[in-house]
Design a protein around this ligand. Structure first.
Ligand SMILES: Cc1cc2nc3c(=O)[nH]c(=O)nc-3n(C[C@H](O)[C@H](O)[C@H](O)COP(=O)(O)OP(=O)(O)OC[C@H]3O[C@@H](n4cnc5c(N)ncnc54)[C@H](O)[C@@H]3O)c2cc1C
Length: 380
């Protein structure tokens, strides 16, 4: 559907990202996914597109400007590539950049941001723990002050990009119980007392490295506290807004790819003497899918414009996160149905997207939690 907010600059950016994906990523997705890894130079190639540099000053390797429509375009194309695991892994830097830029000290920013934004080094965000992810206010990992150091103890679970990452932003308890006792810390991967192990055998995102992080008397300088002590919860929540918006755009891209794949299959496949696409039941499925895609797209555009105007529509971002995941669940399922038995074979984008739907409905805030947050933000 036509985007009324589109302009030449945004179109050019979108086309540049789309062309890169179709030539450099699409041909390799199946092989990388089966292998469970990808060539490391891809980190740098993707970062060179500038897709992680929005809202970050040029002196740190950022773009020096922000635009939610361009953010949306890059996430859309990451989703449309069907390389969910690849972009989870490369994109893990993007979910730790906002707190890093806004809260870390100058020394940390000037040594980590250029490395992260160039793709030479990776970054990850550690919030979720083995005891739970939804209830962030109950984080159990602790940080105690000893002289000029913080000493971290605890574990983090499901950390995307956590095996490759050189830099981590980690939430830990510095105060009493509840949301008022949490702080954010910058941790270098080579700090003594820090360890990580891979989590293998995931349902999807095979290309991505997911880790358990362990902090055992892990000592970091006192200046690695990011922002104010005990105020980390609010920074975590603020950061989630961007992650959730981008996940919405990614889910739109995944939906679009499912649509494209099943349209092209339905044009080629013949059943009962005519092309599959000529059967009314199939045509209705395509109409339903397309309507959902338009609705997601329009919702994302409207919220992009609000955010470009400086607003932070938290309720709408939460709605986008769960609404897009529900649309994607239905679209991926119908696309699989149209592909019939062929869809059930590994090595096609629809099958992969179908397996990766669930992580989009759980990670970055599950749909139940998004619905709770929505009604709360609506004052109900
Ligand atoms: C592949 C993958 C990658 C991830 N990457 C990262 C990462 O990089 N960094 C990071 O910090 N985390 C990461 N996560 C963790 C993710 O954010 C959490 O899985 C998510 O927040 C849910 O937490 P949980 O799994 O502990 O589920 P729980 O919090 O235990 O919840 C279990 C289920 O119960 C539901 N539920 C919980 N409370 C309520 C309630 N009050 N009412 C109704 N339903 C409720 C939830 O919605 C969920 O469906 C990742 C997860 C996965 C699977």
């Amino acid at each position: 559907m036509k985007n009324p907010y589109d302009n030449e600059e945004r179109k050019t950016f979108h086309e540049m990202v789309s062309k890169f994906m179709e030539t450099e990523i699409w041909p390799h997705v199946d092989a990388w996914d089966e292998k469970g890894s990808y060539p490391q130079e891809i980190n740098e190639k993707v970062c060179q597109l500038g897709v992680f540099g929005f809202g970050i000053e040029e002196q740190y390797g950022g773009l020096g400007f922000d635009d939610q429509f361009m953010r949306k375009a890059s996430s859309f194309e990451m989703g449309r590539s069907s390389a969910g695991g690849l972009f989870a892994s490369i994109g893990s830097r993007s979910i730790m950049l906002k707190p890093l830029v806004e809260l870390a000290n100058e020394e940390i920013k000037s040594r980590s941001l250029p490395e992260l934004l160039s793709g030479r080094k990776g970054g990850a965000l550690g919030i979720t723990e083995p005891g739970g992810g939804s209830d962030v206010a109950r984080i159990k990992t602790t940080a105690r002050k000893e002289g000029h150091e913080w000493v971290l103890n605890g574990q983090k679970m499901f950390i995307t990009g956590g095996i490759q990452a050189s830099f981590f932003v980690v939430g830990a308890r510095t105060g009493g119980e509840g949301l008022g006792g949490i702080s954010l810390f910058f941790v270098d991967a080579d700090t003594p007392g820090f360890k990580r192990t891979p989590i293998d055998k995931k349902m999807g995102w095979w290309t991505s490295d997911t880790a358990v992080l362990y902090f055992d008397e892990c000592k970091i300088p006192e200046s690695n506290l990011m922002g104010e002590k005990d105020k980390g919860f609010y920074a975590i929540m603020d950061n989630f807004n961007y992650e959730r918006y981008m996940m919405g755009a990614q889910m739109l891209g995944m939906s679009q790819r499912c649509f494209e794949e099943c349209v092209s299959y339905a044009k080629e496949r013949n059943t009962f003497g005519k092309a599959l696409i000529e059967h009314q039941v199939i045509r209705h499925k395509l109409a339903d899918m397309s309507a959902k895609i338009d609705a997601m797209d329009a919702y994302l555009n409207q919220v992009a414009q609000l955010m470009n105007n400086g607003e932070k529509p938290v309720a709408e971002i939460s709605k986008i996160k769960f609404y897009c995941s529900e649309c994607l669940e239905s679209i991926a399922s119908e696309a699989m149905q149209i592909l019939g038995g062929a869809g059930y074979l590994r090595g096609n984008p629809v099958e992969r997207i179908y397996r990766e739907v669930k992580v989009m409905a759980i990670g970055g805030g599950s749909k139940e939690i998004m619905k709770d947050l929505t009604v709360k933000q609506m004052g109900l």
